[in-house]
Structures are given as structure tokens and as C-alpha cells.
Design a protein around this ligand. Structure first.
Ligand SMILES: Nc1ncnc2c1ncn2[C@@H]1O[C@H](COP(=O)(O)OP(=O)(O)OP(=O)(O)O)[C@@H](O)[C@H]1O
Ligand SMILES: [Mg+2]
Length: 415
């Protein structure tokens, strides 16, 4: 039986699905997490407490553990564990992504430089310091532009500015976010910078892939049919298969392979986001992990194989034979947080579930919990899932089900 160390950040959506996959495959899981208690009820197996922010120390703990309990693979379920997974796999002599390649995917400025140097379509970009004077910087910015943190995810802190005035407001808002203790602690020196990019118009798509010995296998291409034009970029709909023409999708695959090679990634999942317009495909981002949140539940391969199954199979050295996605169209809607406050009720769940084509609804925030929308927030209220004959039908079902839902959010008195 293969033994896999699963790196689970404290706040992850992915624990359950990876654990289920391990159970199905008969893979023994050792959980590496920052806190002992968090996953205890889910994981009766081994546990290793690791400080993800001190990778050297964490690698030593993993190596010591592996001397008594040899590991076959180290899998990070989310962005936060990818660097540690690569460094620990290197120390243990397991197949892995080069640490520098993973580091590039964790720093949006570094990623932009690598991608531009490789000759991929690239927007004008510039890294600013949080100490810079935004009014002076605004004078040389390409409007419209997008301001973003170097290290955060889930569109957190990402804002569009159309002119100097909006730029200054967005810059100051982002600096405030980058100075919050948790963001500073997680980001280290990366939290001292802001990346500004020219806004790339166009349709957005996400490509889900698996790298096997440097070769890219395309697992799915998702359309994001809601326009993502800002000022904030909350993600909602993901629908696959993509409705883009076959030649455009083939180009996306080729460009992703080129980007992956330029960055140096070689093994495991990749999640790439692209904008497509008349000039071609522009990379927004590429990460050495699988799709976030619970979105992977929209994907099934062969006879009911999950994305987590594929990732664990590949990581533990098994041949990955069934990478072909099922025939049906499928989609997920990430339910955005409409305003700040305390979640008191989620109404209309039964009606949403009854919408033809809807196959699942997961509300992932407990009642009574504070919710914070983008650009400062990081969570979603939940996820709706649909399947159908066509992407259009799936999109329709997700929109109808979303309309059935209403969220009672009690605003703070000061607001
Ligand atoms: N240069 C750009 N032009 C147009 N839109 C952009 C640009 N950069 C980012 N965006 C929009 O903002 C979103 C988030 O940006 P980005 O992917 O860089 O940040 P993120 O925080 O990693 O998001 P996530 O992890 O959810 O993918 C993108 O999906 C896209 O819709
Ligand atoms: Mg992104």
C-alpha cells in the first residue's frame, strides 16, 4: 500500500475529497497540517504537525518521519503547501516539481517575468512597493489596469482601475489588506509589493491539467461565462466542456504546455487561467495545484474517477490511464458573498436542489459566521453543481438554482 503525506492547510476545502480518494484507492494517508486538532475527526491515520511557514524545519520533520515510515509521495492539496511539498519531495528523492518552479507560481511578479521571457502574450506589468506614492505611479500606468497582491489567491485583493483616481483608491485599499497581520505573516516579503498589469479584455477560461514527467495532459477546459471585468473579480460559473472553437482550445493546450515548460514545472496538477481575445491567449495565472474550492466535484473521468483520484494515482506512482473526462457537460457555481455581515440563513435550498440538472449544493459557511466579500474576503458561501447534455443547459440550471437562493446576512451596526 502506498503511503502519501497530504499537506492540508488549516483552511482548505479539499480535505474531504482527497481523503475519500485515498480511501477508494487504498492509499495510506499521513496528514501534514499546521494544527493537530483540525482534521482529527476526518483522519484516523497518521498525523504530522508542520509549520508551513518554516519550510526548512518542516522538511526536517518530514525527513525524520520518513525514516521510520517511508513515504511514496507528498501531495499539497492547495497553494499553501506546494512549496513545502516540492522541497520535502526533493529531500526524500521523490519525483517532484523543481522548488524554483513552484516558487515562481507562488509569486505573481516572478511568474509574469518568466512567462513574458518565454515569448507568451503578456500584458504590460510593473511591480510597485507598498511604500510608493500611488498618485505619482498612476501617471505611468496603462489604464485600464489591474492591481493585485503577489501571493494571495481566490482573487483576493485583485482590483481594476480605469483612471488615476481609481488607481489611488485601489492602491490604498490593497495596502491596507497587505498590512493586516495574517496577510503579512503568510506573505512575508511578498506582502510588501503590488503588481500592476494592463487589463486584458476577453473571455476567461481555466485549464485543468496533469503533468507526468514534464508532459501536459489536459483534463478539462472550463469556460467562465460570467464576464470578469471588475472592479473586483469574484468567480462564479465554471462550465465544461468549453464552448470555444476546437482550434482555440488546442492553442490553449499548446500555450499551457509552453508556459509550464518556461516555468519548469514537471509533475502533478496544474491549474491555468487564460483570457482569450482577438490577439490570442493571455495567461492570467498558472498554479501547481488542482482547481480550488469544491469545484473539482464537477469533474469525473472514465468510470467515476475523481480529480483527486488521478492526482493521488499519479503521485503514488500508479499508471494514470483514465484521464478522459466523461461525456456529459458539467459545471459549478461558486456562490459569492454579496456583502459583509453575519450569515443568519440560507433560504431556498430545496427549490435550488429541485432545479433540473442540479446535482448538488454545498453551503460551506456555518450560520452565525462572519462573511467578508471580495476584495478583502477569501471564502465563498458555497457551491452549486450541475450536469447536463450541453454546457448551455448546465449554465442555465446553475443560474436558475442560484436565483432560488437568498442569503440573510445581518449587517454590522456601524455600516
Ligand atoms: N491583467 C488582467 N487583465 C484582466 N483581468 C485580470 C488580470 N489579472 C487578473 N485578472 C482577473 O482577476 C482574477 C484574479 O486574478 P489572479 O488569477 O491573478 O489572482 P488570484 O488571486 O490568484 O485568483 P485565483 O486564485 O482565484 O485564480 C482573474 O481570474 C481575472 O479575472
Ligand atoms: Mg487566479
Amino acid at each position: 500500500m502506498a503511503r502519501v503525506l497530504l499537506l492540508l492547510p488549516t483552511r482548505t476545502y479539499r480535505a474531504h475529497d482527497f481523503m475519500e480518494a485515498a480511501r477508494r484507492l487504498g492509499v495510506e494517508v499521513v496528514v501534514g497540517s499546521e494544527r493537530r486538532q483540525v482534521f482529527a475527526p476526518l483522519f484516523p491515520g497518521g498525523h504530522l504537525r508542520l509549520d508551513f511557514l518554516r519550510p526548512r524545519q518542516a522538511v526536517r520533520s518530514i525527513a525524520t518521519f520518513a525514516r521510520s515510515y517511508p513515504l511514496d509521495a507528498i501531495v499539497a492539496v492547495d497553494d499553501e503547501g506546494t512549496l513545502l511539498a516540492a522541497a520535502a519531495a526533493k529531500a526524500l528523492g521523490l519525483p517532484h516539481n523543481p522548488v524554483a518552479a513552484v516558487a515562481a507560481t507562488r509569486n505573481k511578479h516572478c511568474l509574469r517575468r518568466k512567462v513574458a521571457a518565454a515569448g507568451l502574450l503578456s500584458p504590460q506589468f510593473e511591480r510597485l512597493s507598498v511604500e510608493d506614492d500611488p498618485a505619482r505611479a498612476a501617471a505611468r500606468m496603462p489604464f485600464p489596469c489591474v492591481l493585485k497582491p503577489l501571493h494571495l489567491a481566490a482573487s483576493r485583493g485583485v482590483m481594476r482601475a480605469d483612471d488615476a483616481e481609481q488607481f489611488v483608491v485601489a492602491f490604498e485599499r490593497l495596502v491596507t489588506l497587505l498590512r493586516t497581520p495574517n496577510v503579512v505573516q503568510r506573505g512575508g516579503r511578498l506582502a510588501r509589493h503590488i503588481l500592476v498589469e494592463a487589463f486584458i479584455p476577453g473571455a476567461e477560461v481555466a485549464l485543468e491539467g496533469l503533468l507526468v514527467d514534464g508532459e501536459l495532459i489536459v483534463l478539462a477546459v472550463f469556460d467562465k461565462p460570467d464576464p470578469l471585468d471588475g472592479p473586483f473579480f469574484e468567480e462564479t460559473l465554471y462550465v465544461t466542456p468549453s464552448r470555444l472553437p476546437a482550434d482555440v482550445q488546442a492553442d490553449l493546450a499548446a500555450q499551457t504546455a509552453k508556459a509550464v515548460a518556461a516555468i519548469g514545472l514537471r509533475e502533478g496538477p496544474v491549474h491555468a487561467e487564460w483570457r482569450v481575445n482577438g490577439h490570442g491567449a493571455w495567461l492570467i495565472e498558472i498554479a501547481a495545484r488542482s482547481i480550488g474550492g469544491l469545484c473539482s466535484r464537477a469533474l469525473r473521468f472514465g468510470a467515476g474517477v475523481s480529480l483527486e483520484d488521478l492526482i493521488l494515482m499519479h503521485a503514488s506512482g500508479a499508471a494514470v490511464e483514465t484521464c478522459e473526462r466523461e461525456r456529459a457537460a458539467a459545471g459549478v457555481m461558486m456562490l459569492p458573498i454579496p456583502r459583509r455581515g453575519v450569515l443568519r440563513a440560507v433560504n431556498g435550498q430545496e427549490a435550488a436542489r429541485r432545479v433540473p440538472g442540479i446535482v448538488g449544493l454545498a453551503i460551506t459557511i456555518a450560520l452565525g459566521q462572519e462573511v467578508v466579500p471580495l476584495p478583502e474576503g477569501v471564502q465563498y458561501l458555497g457551491f452549486l453543481f450541475a450536469r447536463g447534455d450541453t454546457p448551455k443547459g448546465v449554465e442555465f440550471a446553475l443560474r436558475r438554482a442560484h436565483q432560488c437562493l437568498s442569503f440573510a446576512i445581518e449587517c454590522h451596526r456601524a455600516e
